[in-house]
Design a protein around this ligand. Structure first.
Ligand SMILES: [Cu+2]
Length: 98
């Protein structure tokens, strides 16, 4: 059921150009550390306009879902997104790049 819901949500997004435009672009970064126990990831990343990060920096972020940490290892190049969750900038999406 959950999967069907996700597929439907995806279709709605595809069918609604305004929402697609409203989504923030993913930010380029490189994983420098993964802390599974703490649920945190350290990312060296480029400008992240959404959070007024105009310059490249290295930051430790909590992740929304600890399972995300199993998909990456230090050194991996990624694209990622984050949102403010309870006042903390939290990584919500990670995509490996080449
Ligand atoms: Cu940052």
């Amino acid at each position: 059921m959950r999967k069907i819901g996700l597929v439907l949500a995806g279709l709605v997004l595809l069918a609604t150009p305004v929402q697609v435009v409203a989504q923030s672009p993913l930010v380029d970064g490189q994983v420098t550390k993964v802390d599974v126990a703490a649920g945190k990831i350290t990312i060296k990343h480029g400008p992240f306009k959404k959070f007024d990060m105009d310059d490249p920096m290295t930051m430790i972020y909590p992740v929304q879902d600890p399972a995300m940490l199993k998909t990456v290892t230090p050194g991996d190049k990624i694209k990622f997104d984050a949102d403010s969750v309870n006042g903390q900038i939290t990584v919500t999406k990670i995509q490996k790049t080449k």
